[in-house]
Design a protein around this ligand. Structure first.
Ligand code: ACO
Length: 334
């Protein structure tokens, strides 16, 4: 929604993936699984994994640097920094503060957002609203994850699904109206946290010898329930912004859904009756990178020339919380 005949646009986009690749075949040497099982159930072929000594803030800073360069801005032009992550370098200080120093930014506002795989869309809506106040000029928002640090490498039902990576976008104000971020919807339902969570490490189960022994510091998931929720959540979120903006799904040029599982995306394609060609997917190469998945996919689609100036884009997300949401935007990079 726009005010004062101006818009908030994505002025720059960038991503960064750690160099090390873990294939399905590599995983079959770690747990009892197979390339065939992973491909047919998820569509994933490989994922990128951090090296020893490489952290979420490193991936975030590299993705942000690429986005700032793409926006043709200097680090000094940025006055707001938000990092969406469930794998911060440490509980505090925020990863955003660590990234601020790594990027050599000034003493600008910097904080983390935690909404799991929906985190990037939460950060996008928050940054847009803050820019609309006029108190900030250029925001960098980053989705960054080192999920390999919270994966139970003995649990074949989860360790095959996730990867590490980061994506970032520079948001700025433009005088043109009816372009850039057109609408966002965000939702959460905290009634069933047990469906997807990392139980240990917080105030409820602080780290102890017993919490480590019980493997409480790893991600736990009820895959079947999450699958059903993911389809429902992304379908509803798509419909909500389209209805509110009086836009037909046929008018959308590209849809970038959270990259968790190809079967979830195919189910949404069928239910919303959208041609597959409208979707951009890259989970084959990266697995589920949580808050990083949407900006990584958006960056890649843009660089491949699949997203062009004035295209209407729909971003769809769901994640732990449970959280879900969507963003409708007109791509503005003349
Ligand atoms: N390799 C081989 N066999 C496996 C593996 C594996 N990696 N994992 C599970 N299996 C076995 C199970 O043990 C089970 O065997 P059984 O029938 O002998 O008991 C069988 O395969 C089927 O298991 P299901 O769990 O029923 O498999 P399903 O078809 O539901 O697929 C999956 C599992 C891929 C996890 C699916 O449920 C899914 O994608 N769910 C959504 C997950 C998701 O998107 N999570 C991200 C959330 S976003 C965020 O915020 C992090």
């Amino acid at each position: 929604m726009q005010i004062n005949n101006s818009s908030i646009v994505i002025k720059g986009i960038g991503s960064y993936m750690p160099k090390k690749i873990l294939t399905n075949k590599d995983l079959s040497g770690i747990v009892d699984t197979s390339d065939e099982w992973i491909r047919t159930r998820t569509g994933i072929q490989q994922r990128h994994i951090c090296e020893e000594g490489e952290y979420t803030s490193d991936l975030a800073a590299k993705a942000a640097k690429n986005a700032i360069e793409d926006a043709r801005l200097k680090p000094d032009d940025i006055d707001l920094l938000i990092v969406a992550t469930i794998t911060p370098d440490m509980p505090f200080p925020s990863t955003a503060c660590l990234v601020q120093t790594k990027l050599g930014l000034g003493q600008i506002a910097a904080f983390d957002v935690e909404a799991a795989c929906s985190g990037f869309l939460y950060a996008l809506d928050m940054a847009s609203a803050m820019l609309e106040t006029g108190r900030y000029k250029n925001a960098i928002i980053i989705g960054a994850e080192k999920l390999s640090s919270i994966i139970d490498w003995k649990d074949r039902t989860t360790c095959v699904l996730f990867g590490d990576g980061a994506g970032a976008a520079v948001l700025s104000r433009t005088k043109e109206s009816n372009t850039g971020i057109l609408d966002c919807c965000l939702h959460a339902d905290g009634a069933k946290p047990e469906l997807l969570r990392m139980p240990g490490g917080g105030s409820q189960i602080p780290a102890s010898a017993s919490s480590v022994e019980q493997r409480q510091h790893f991600l736990k998931m009820n895959g079947r329930e999450i699958f059903k929720f993911a389809v429902r959540g992304m379908e509803r979120a798509a419909q909500e912004v389209l209805d509110r903006q009086n836009v037909k799904i046929a008018d959308v040029d590209k849809i970038i859904p959270h990259q968790a599982n190809m079967r979830i995306i195919e189910t949404i394609q069928d239910r919303l009756e959208i041609p597959k060609s409208k979707f951009y997917n890259n989970l084959q190469y990266y697995g589920n990178t949580s808050a990083a998945s949407i900006p990584i996919a958006l960056d890649e689609a843009y660089r491949k020339g699949l997203v062009k100036h004035n295209d209407l884009l729909l971003l769809l997300a769901f994640g732990a919380g449970l959280t879900w949401g969507s963003t409708l935007l007109r791509w503005h990079k003349p």
